[in-house]
Write a protein that binds this ligand. Structure first.
Ligand code: ATP
Length: 763
């Protein structure tokens, strides 16, 4: 029985256990699902004040009445408990409930205390909070009640979360200790470094002074570099600064008096340099010999500290920077020296260092270090320099001084077109003025004329009314600085026509360029051609409004104008690819980059870095057509007062004078004012002559009209009208007699014989 019973019992238990397990699983799942649902519902009714239902309202009100705002934590604690139960299986519900109650009651008590202390506080501790707080307050006062409540809260939190306080405190202490130790070590290291640096500096200074007294002594400086001061002697003491005179000049600049007559070229005088300001610099250029010796030692020691062997072989003090020439020891890579440029700048406390590696034509690297005191380079000192005065160039330009102090000049006809770009206030306008002044000081208005475009109406208006002004679209009586974009486009387009006509004239005179033509003109008693310099201050403003037209004109002028004596100088403060487009860059080979904000801007202007490290105020990089690398130049300075004085001097001699332009001549009728082109009567005579003689030549026309100038012009008009052509490779004119006969008949039909049929051929 017992056996049977046992057997039965055993069998039943197995089955039951399986069933029981399944049932238990379902119940367990149901239990947890319900528990989570309950928690979620509690959370919802506590935290959100919508659709609570009657029970929800009551439960929420219940918790709020007893616990105040701490009731928000109830569902969170329950969630925490459920998650812990699932994770750890055995969580003591009793401990949890006690922990939760202690935490909630103490939080409620703290809340009541805060409400009590800070009157009108929004938070509420509920009735339990009030009970606990006032009980404690009765024993230890308000602040004490809050503090004790917090202490009780810690106990509750400990029960709930079983925080290992001791090990946590230990861990925090360790962290704090570690932080303190690393701070302490870093401080000690920094102190040592500062002390070492100070010691090194004082040692270097001592060695330099000792070396000065006793040359052969062991020196920290490995070398005694050659100091080249090319301009020291031409820096003169300043003339007493005449404030009154300067302010008077300024006033005069504001009231420009326009000239009433045209300038007479026979008595025309170039402005004297005496009206320009003298250099204000006194003494030597750049740092003193002692300062150079110290900087040399510091430079060499800094290189040594990076384990780079190099010697300073030469020092060239310039007006704004001083160039130290460093010759690396055999086996030392240039790239290693270039790589530590910033560290050298730091050691030398320099604002910025530009490295020229290597210096073209030398076995050395150039370190350009800014001087403590920058010296101003005046336009006067460059205009007076033999390099400028003895220049064989047609249009010599005074740029300023190179980094080594030598005067920097160029020839505008060789540039042949120039782009000036830099950030605002970097010195673009001053650079532009220096270029204009260089020409005004060397060339008469019949030699060089300016087509000035200034959309900003700021800088170039100072030159209004000077006899050098030119605008092919208007008469010389109405010419002015062009300030509107559409006017600028029209002028440039007309200039393109002028350029094409000049090319034709040169073909007729069988010369290749303006120099050749002017020589030919001299030999043949003809009028010479004048050079045209197009100045555009702020290209960006024009590009914004009339991009396509401007770009097209600039491209056409830049490609062909050099031979006919037209040169472009464009200026912009926006060195972006939208303004300095590929077309513009390709056609303006010479560039001046002033200080720019970024490396990208420098690349846009020069296709290389460097302009971003410039110092501003006329500090520039000049890249000429034949230069492999840009040269650093401190631009010459010319003041507004000086410009006004020069412009006044020029205006006093008369205003602009140049041939009339196409459209107006056709309206006015008659032969052009300058004797160019041909009237209908002259054409009738010329065509009759060709028909009679059955040939045409310059000499034939000259013999008839009495001047080779007239003969050239009539010849060019005949060619343009298609009466005569010159086949390629031939020197003889081909005469189209049928066309001449028709043309002659048409001319005779028209009355007067002075009808303006023919376009002016421009010089
Ligand atoms: N060569 C120079 N030597 C000394 N100072 C200069 C030189 N060039 C410019 N500066 C100083 O920099 C200032 C700004 O120069 P400038 O007006 O030519 O700058 P900018 O680039 O044309 O500015 P913006 O784009 O605003 O017209 C000048 O007022 C002058 O004080």
């Amino acid at each position: 029985m017992q056996r049977k019973g046992y057997y039965l019992y055993k069998k039943k238990t197995k089955k039951q256990r399986r069933q029981q397990k399944n049932t238990t699983n379902v119940f367990v799942f149901l239990f947890w699902a319900l528990a989570f649902a309950l928690c979620a519902w509690l959370f919802f009714i506590q935290w959100f004040n919508v659709s609570k239902g009657p029970y929800g309202e009551r439960v929420a009100a219940f918790f709020f009445t007893y616990l105040g705002h701490s009731a928000y934590l109830v569902p969170i604690f329950f969630f925490y408990w459920l998650i812990r139960c699932i994770k750890h299986k055995s969580v003591n519900i009793f401990t949890f409930l006690v922990g939760m109650c202690v935490s909630l009651f103490s939080i409620a008590s703290v809340m009541t205390g805060l409400r009590y202390i800070f009157k009108g506080s929004y938070i509420e501790g509920g009735s339990i909070g009030r009970e606990v707080f006032f009980f404690l307050q009765g024993l230890v006062g308000s602040a004490g009640a809050v503090l004790f409540s917090l202490a009780i809260l810690l106990t509750g939190v400990h029960l709930l979360f079983a925080i290992p306080w001791v090990s946590t405190a230990k861990y925090l202490m360790e962290l704090l200790k570690e932080d303190y130790h690393s701070w302490h070590d870093a401080r000690a290291e920094l102190k040592t470094k500062i002390r070492e640096a100070k010691e090194a500096e004082s040692k270097t200074t001592k060695t330099v002074i000792e070396n000065k007294q006793d040359e052969p002594a062991v020196a920290a400086i490995r070398s005694k570099p050659e100091i080249r001061r090319p301009v020291a002697e031409i820096i003169r003491a300043p003339k007493p600064y005449d404030k009154q005179e300067n302010s008077a000049k300024k006033e005069a600049a504001e009231n420009i008096v326009m000239p009433s007559k045209k300038a007479d070229m026979k008595d025309f005088k170039l402005p004297p340099v005496s009206i320009l300001n003298d250099p204000k610099n006194e003494g030597i250029l750049g740092p003193s010999d002692e300062e150079i010796a110290m900087a040399t030692a510091l430079l060499e020691n800094t290189l040594k500290s990076f384990e780079i062997g190099a010697t300073v072989t030469g020092v060239s003090p310039g007006p704004v920077v001083t160039r130290y020439e460093i010759k690396p020891d055999p086996g030392v890579r240039i790239s290693n020296i270039v790589a530590i440029a910033n560290d050298i700048a730091l050691a030398m406390k320099a604002r910025g260092i530009r490295v020229e590696a290597p210096i073209p034509g030398k076995d050395a690297i150039g370190f350009e270090i800014p001087n403590d005191h920058a010296m101003m380079v005046t336009v006067k000192e460059i205009l007076q320099d033999p390099k400028f005065t003895e220049s064989k160039a047609v249009m010599p330009i005074a740029l300023g001084r190179y980094a080594d102090g030598l005067p920097a000049t160029t020839a505008l006809e060789k540039t042949p077109h120039l782009l000036i770009a830099g950030a605002t206030n970097s010195g673009k306008s001053i650079c532009l003025h220096t270029i204009i002044m260089s020409i005004l000081y060397t060339k008469k208005p019949d030699e060089v004329k300016f087509l000035m475009i200034d959309p900003k109406r700021l800088e170039l208006t100072l030159y209004e009314g000077i006899p050098h002004l030119y605008d092919p679209k208007t008469t010389c009586e109405d010419v002015n600085v062009i300030t509107d974009a559409h006017g600028a486009v029209k002028s440039l387009q007309t200039l393109v026509k002028v350029m094409e006509k000049r090319t034709k004239i040169m073909e007729l005179a069988k010369v290749k360029n303006i120099e050749g033509y002017n020589k030919w003109a001299e030999q043949n008693s003809e009028e010479k051609m004048f050079y045209v310099v197009v100045i555009i201050d702020e290209l960006a403003d024009l590009m914004l409004q009339t991009r396509a037209a401007i770009e097209d004109s600039i491209q056409r002028l830049a490609q062909m104008a050099r031979a006919v004596g037209i040169h472009l100088v464009l200026c912009t403060q926006r060195p972006s690819v939208n303004v300095i487009t590929g077309v513009i860059k390709a056609n303006l080979p010479s560039r001046i980059a002033l200080q720019v904000a970024s490396k990208t801007d420098s690349r846009v202007i020069l296709d290389s870095l460097g302009a971003d490290a410039l110092l501003g105020k006329g500090d520039m990089l000049y890249q000429g057509t034949s230069d492999q690398k840009p040269h650093r130049i401190q631009g010459a300075y010319v003041s507004e007062t000086e410009i006004s004085s020069v412009a006044d001097f020029l205006r006093e001699q008369g205003g602009p004078d140049y041939p009339l332009q196409i459209a107006q001549e056709q309206q006015n009728g008659g032969r052009p004012q300058d004797g160019l082109g041909a009237s209908a009567e002259e054409m009738t005579q010329a065509l009759t002559l060709i028909l009679e003689r059955r040939r045409v030549s310059q000499d034939l026309l000259k013999a008839h009209f009495g001047s080779s100038a007239r003969a050239t012009n009539i010849l060019s008009v005949l060619e343009m009208k298609g009466y005569i052509t010159k086949p390629e490779g031939s020197n003889r004119w081909e005469i189209h007699f049928d066309l001449i006969e028709t043309g002659l008949a048409e001319l005779k039909e028209k009355s007067g014989g002075n009808e303006p049929l023919y376009e002016t051929v421009y010089k």
